[in-house]
Design a protein around this ligand. Sequence first.
Ligand code: FMN
Length: 167
Amino acid sequence: MKNTGIFYGSTTGTTLEVAEMIAKCLGIKESDIHNVATTAPSEVAAYDLLLLGTSTWGDGEMQDNMDDFSHGLEVMDLSGKEIALFGCGDESMSDTFCNAVGELYSRLKDTGAKFIGADFGTDGYSFDSSEADKDGHAVGLLIDNVNHPDLTQGRIEDWCRMVAAQE
Ligand SMILES: Cc1cc2nc3c(=O)[nH]c(=O)nc-3n(C[C@H](O)[C@H](O)[C@H](O)COP(=O)(O)O)c2cc1C
């Protein structure tokens, strides 16, 4: 596994929980999990693979701390690094489900980084529209821990397998 850092933005703790589950699945140390509320974007320099997590708030907007953090990242040259995205949302907000994951992708796609884990199947999900959805595939791992906490562990395992195979 490449030198991997997890950077997450979480308002009520769900994306943090998911970050910890991903870390466990991929064997990432707790000291490599960073809350972006208290982390400078320059800290990504220490890693080759960045796992970036955000929840979606408001009417499909990025979690506040990740919004600030990713504005810092978008002006950096991230060539040679890999990025994998994950996020939490609520399918009952069916027009904006996990929008922030798609927004994060759009914001960072020209940084030179290579995206992995970015063609995650959306079978079994139920939403009308999401910026994270590109022709039936999500640009990262989408988690709905509000309505489907029972599916969270399996989805994380599937996505971690994909990330490990592509990195
Ligand atoms: C006021 C409010 C607005 C929300 N807006 C959205 C939304 O537009 N799309 C979505 O998928 N989830 C939305 N959510 C659900 C949150 O993203 C979800 O609860 C998530 O697990 C929170 O993660 P966090 O605790 O890591 O911030 C919203 C929740 C609240 C309370």
